[in-house]
Ligand binder design. Structure first.
Ligand SMILES: Cc1ncc(COP(=O)(O)O)c(C=O)c1O
Length: 302
């Protein structure tokens, strides 16, 4: 399905099937890898990336939080993104950037090398489920969110996704689409790859920073919602508060706003609700270059 695609690896363009690292690489065998993902949308003068600067900031921040050093500058990475968008003919899709220790490490745990880098670009296809809007069922997962005192949860470290995978598996085994993990203190954290929002009495609420990934979509919704008169609040949310929400949605780069129709055994009344619908339309307009107030959020990459 992906064989025809090219990947940028440490400055070289390689075919999809040859984009490999050694089984004993530190990145694979010690999980010293991190990544970031952002969306490409059709723009008036060619494909545009949604808030690429913020995603690259987060990638560099992930490396910093993990005490690792990037080998390429942001400008070099932007050039690599442009090359991959062109080579893979992406008008709409996703860019995934991986930074990892590619060198073999049989015994060594701590390396002082710089991180290898791969830039992958995937054009829109059914499997990506981009901008999926079919409402979903969510539940609270039996697995808690990793405590930030154990590993930095604000780093988009590949190893953190073992926790995310368990959360999703647990939800799916109980017949739900997405699991929401709680912090070890019992507050609502996030989904496996999704941030969570709730609406109560017209106010849009989401858990604060500290225990969750710094989602660029979450940040963008919080920044943009006031422009359409929606009040926002970052606050600790108890599970019972989420259960009693008027509206709930989850979001991430690929889907932007995905309404929830059922939480545990409660079916929500109106799905999508009025606030979720307005946020969804706002984000859709922004990503598709129809809202000039946020045009700086899109960078031409084609
Ligand atoms: C744990 C987690 N939370 C939230 C998000 C949403 O982040 P973003 O909006 O940057 O895609 C992601 C995205 O992959 C994630 O993995």
């Amino acid at each position: 399905m992906f064989e025809h695609l090219k990947i940028w690896m440490n400055g070289k363009i390689v075919p999809w099937n040859n984009a490999a690292v050694h089984i004993m690489s530190h990145g694979f065998s010690r999980a010293s890898a991190m990544f970031d993902v952002f969306g490409i949308h059709p723009g008036p003068k060619g494909p545009v990336a949604f808030r690429m600067d913020k995603h690259l900031d987060r990638l560099f921040r992930s490396a910093e939080l993990l005490g690792m050093e990037m080998a390429y500058t942001k400008e070099e990475i932007v050039d690599a993104v442009r090359e991959i968008v062109r080579l893979n003919n992406i008008n709409r899709g996703l860019i995934k950037i991986l930074a990892y220790y590619g060198e073999e490490a049989v015994i060594s745990l701590v390396l002082d090398s710089k991180l290898d880098l791969a830039v992958c670009g995937i054009p829109e296809m059914d499997d990506l489920g981009l901008d999926q809007t079919k409402p979903i069922d969510i539940c609270f997962a039996k697995w808690r969110k990793i405590h930030p005192a154990t590993v930095p949860v604000e780093a988009k470290a590949c190893s953190n996704y073992l926790n995310g995978m368990l959360v999703r598996k647990d939800a799916m085994s109980k017949g739900y689409d997405v699991g929401i993990s709680l912090t070890t203190d019992g507050y609502v954290a996030e989904g496996s790859i999704e941030s969570v929002f709730m609406v109560k009495d017209g106010i849009l609420k989401t858990p604060p920073r500290g225990n969750i990934l710094q989602s660029v979509t979450r940040m963008s919704i919080l920044e943009a919602a006031p422009a359409i008169g929606i009040e926002t609040l970052e606050k600790q949310i108890m599970p019972q508060e989420l259960m009693a929400a008027d509206e709930i949605f989850v979001c991430h780069t690929g889907i932007k706003v995905l309404p929830v129709k059922r939480i545990e055994d409660r079916i929500l009344d109106q799905v999508p609700g009025p606030v979720s619908s307005r946020i969804s339309a706002l984000m859709d307009n922004i990503c598709n270059s129809r809202d000039d107030r946020f045009k700086d959020w899109l960078q031409t990459v084609g």
